[in-house]
Write a protein of this length. Structure first.
Length: 135
């Protein structure tokens, strides 16, 4: 299966164009929800991270993640069906690689958002501590 590059995926402006996202059909919203459901499982995120630096076989993924073989195989199947990972058989070996490279910028956005939220919570906590010291 050929590798897909970021240029083969539409960017946010070509995907929705000028369409108001509040008017997306239920079918499109369901597809978006399904994509995020696939990414909502911690073991799948571990596998995606293991594949960030290139294709790996199941044994390598198991070693990098510490997950069990049956668990890794199950999650690789889900990731493959979702189009996030592709499967390439070379003789008796099967290698997995990231098929949708936009998954990493998406994860960066989420991580940055979480970091911002944590910083804001930390500021609020510091303010509360300062307030407590007045008593």
């Amino acid at each position: 299966m050929p590798k897909i590059t970021a240029s083969q995926y539409p960017n946010e402006t070509t995907l929705l164009g000028n369409q108001d996202v509040s008017n997306l059909s239920p079918a499109v919203l369901a597809m978006i929800a399904d994509f995020f459901k696939v990414l909502s499982e911690m073991s799948r995120l571990q596998i995606i991270c293991a594949l960030k630096n290139g294709e790996k076989n199941v044994s390598q993924i198991i070693e990098m993640t510490g997950l069990g073989q049956a668990n890794v195989s199950k999650h690789l199947k889900v990731l493959t069906q979702a189009g996030i990972v592709n499967r390439n058989q070379e003789g008796v070996n099967v290698f997995y690689a990231i098929a949708n490279p936009l998954v990493f910028p998406l994860c960066d956005i989420v991580c940055n958002s979480i970091a911002t939220q944590l910083q804001q919570q930390n500021k609020q906590l510091e303010s509360l501590k300062s307030f407590q010291e007045l008593f």
